[in-house]
Ligand binder design. Sequence first.
Ligand code: F6P
Length: 351
Amino acid sequence: MRIGVMTGGGDCPGLNAVIRAVVRKSIVDFGHECVGIMQGWKGLVECLTCELNLRSISGILPRGGTILGTSRTNPFSKAHYKEHAPQKILDNWQRVGLDALIAVGGDDTHAVSYELSKMGLSIVGVPKTIDNDIRGTEYTFGFDTAVHVASEAIDRVHSTAESHHRVIVVEVMGRRTGWIALYSGIAGGADVVIVPEFEVTLAEICDMIKKRHARGKSFSICVVAEGARINFGGSPEAREVTIDQSIDEFGNVRLGGIGQRLAREIERELKFETRFTVLGHVQRGGTPTAFDRVLGTRFGIKAAELVHKRQFGRMVALQNNEIVSIPFSETIGTPKYVTEEWYDVARTFFG
Ligand code: F6P
């Protein structure tokens, strides 16, 4: 078989571990051939390919990012490609001589894989995202590394917040879900954690900080997910904070700025000196943790096995620490949200 390997959507640490495992398993154990599809779905629409053999995967395990490149290209977006992009994919599939594709990506990538599967293409999905929000899998690789980076940053701002008697707001990634904020907030001992799933008001946040200061503490750490909704007052409903009106190539709004806004409002309301820091893409870069390397490797091997057995239209997943696979239809749509039970763990330490 000639197997295409593609990485789509935002990059994350551990993608190279998947590529390495897929190539190694497919070539050495099954005698197949691999070809790299570059820059996500853009690579299939525009026929951008590269060699993918044992030489190309040498030394990539500890490297962040993806050797194949990525993009947020949506071939079904009429705004971007007009109608013919899916047809171009079908044409290039023949041209490259693909028998199967392993598409590594997040919810956007799997939604496209699902549509293309319905059109007859043989695709296996591998879930990735630092947000850890893909339904059907307990973890995605990239998340552990992001949490590690964010927790370390929270530890660091702790000491400076304490020295200066300040409130410090740390904005972390998390578009629709607050897993990174939750985990890094718990691990870093945050005093307030705000996630998209649970709306809060500015007054509630300020009350928690006041309560803490009333206990004699002179500093506070507040972790906020970029997609969190805070009701700052003045409008009936809380809204996301966006950088501007722009959307990315896939059609997602560009979030960012909630940390800055929150810091300003806390200072105005409480008269406590407040600073903010935005961790941004630092969370997505660099070498993957051992956990992410191992998970990526296990996912890659399972994906190669599914292709070998011709079990297409499925995404590999982690359930009860076993690597399983589920149909695409079960992974797309609603994200895996932070539950009340999980949020309660963080809440125990609020204020
Ligand atoms: O989907 C992962 C993610 O890191 C989100 O947490 C974040 O909102 C988004 O990607 C940022 O995307 P970009 O790299 O395109 O700015």
